[in-house]
Design a protein around this ligand. Structure first.
Ligand code: COA
Length: 321
């Protein structure tokens, strides 16, 4: 049995902050941000939360898939910005949806989170344990960003995307290639609470996102083509046979470099980075849902999804839509 995406949805915060607005906060410019990243604007949460964005995206995906919340057996939220340390965002979304029969949990694989969620859910579906899964990537990265650090604050945005994965005889996930390298954890990190208890007084301040941009850039342009090629090999599909490559929206130049390394035309690599920026685990499902909404995905077409990010983590998935 294969695991097939049968419906997608996305939800973005209402407030839109363009590059011009960021230039009032830090020394930067629209020209610099666009040239180095391809980003023009991003949505920032005001009243929205990770849970509300995730729930909004999930409701739309369920509607599109024509699946009731009670039919969902597995509910995974990929996020690094849960509203609560515990319970998981997944449990709170479960309650909002009334997905009473689902086992619900979060996973933390940063910007590769949605790929990791597919990796987990596909295994459950292929083995026959579950038939229907709801996968959500949801983030309010804006609360982890240091808004005085121009090297990071211009890159990120908030949002959520969701997909319903169901057991299917035809189409669906053909192969995956997923990996991690914990030795490089400090290339992109955000410290959590320090130890602070009756026997040890730790730091009071909470951490913000810290990144070595050039190291992340080099990692991405080397690793993403490699894992895509590995997934293609496993699926016995050639790059030329792929209709669309949907990559994590971190940087336009990274995506262009991957296209070049795979010797594929840039037109096969749709982007929404100009208007959404990098929404971490939400980026791939938002892009996927926007593509479906715009009628740009057709049954039978072959797609590659690929994500990469903190951990370091990465993943690619070949699927038939
Ligand atoms: N506006 C204006 N200038 C900026 C700036 C900003 N927002 N951010 C950095 N600069 C400056 C730097 O201070 C540096 O100035 P200096 O030469 O006077 O020291 C100069 O621009 C070049 O900085 P550098 O870091 O070398 O730029 P870059 O070409 O590597 O681009 C990134 C920076 C962050 C855009 C790029 O490294 C990148 O996109 N990396 C990948 C990050 C990523 O995708 N992370 C998420 C992965 S999931």
């Amino acid at each position: 049995m294969k695991a097939k995406i049968i419906g997608t949805g996305y939800e973005l915060p209402v407030y839109e902050a363009d590059n011009q607005y960021l230039s009032t906060l830090v020394e930067t410019s629209d020209e610099w941000i666009r040239e180095r990243t391809g980003i023009g604007k991003r949505r920032l949460a005001k009243e929205e939360t990770t849970t509300s964005l995730a729930t909004g995206a999930a409701k739309k995906a369920l509607l599109k898939a024509n699946v009731k919340a009670e039919e969902i057996e597995l509910l995974i939220v990929a996020t690094i910005t849960s509203d609560t340390e515990t319970p998981s965002t997944a449990c709170r979304v479960q309650a909002e949806l009334g997905a009473v029969h689902a086992v619900a949990f979060d996973i933390n694989a940063a910007c590769s989170g949605f790929l990791y969620a597919i990796h987990i859910a596909e295994s459950f579906i292929r083995s026959g344990i579950y038939k229907k899964a709801l996968l959500i990537g949801a983030e309010t990265l804006s609360k982890l960003v240091d808004w005085t650090d121009r090297g990071t604050c211009v890159l990120f945005g908030d949002g959520a995307g969701a997909a319903v994965l169901a057991a299917s005889e035809d189409g669906g996930v053909l192969a995956q290639s997923v990996g991690s390298n914990g030795e490089k954890w400090d290339v992109l990190s955000c410290m959590g609470r320090a130890i602070n208890n009756p026997v040890h007084k730790g730091e009071k301040e909470l951490g913000y996102l810290k990144m070595n941009g050039q190291d992340v850039f080099k990692f991405a342009v080397r690793t993403v083509p490699m894992c895509i090629e590995d997934a293609l090999l496993k699926a016995d599909v050639k790059a030329e046979e792929i209709d669309l490559f949907l990559l994590h929206q971190a940087n336009q130049r990274i995506i262009q470099s991957v296209a070049k390394r795979l010797k594929q035309p840039e037109e096969k690599f749709p982007m929404n980075i100009e208007r959404c920026a990098n929404t971490s685990a939400a980026s791939l499902p938002i892009l996927l849902a926007q593509m479906e909404e715009e009628g740009r995905l057709h049954r039978g077409e072959k797609l590659v999804l690929s994500g990469f990010g903190a951990g370091l983590t990465w993943g690619a998935c070949v699927l038939e839509w």
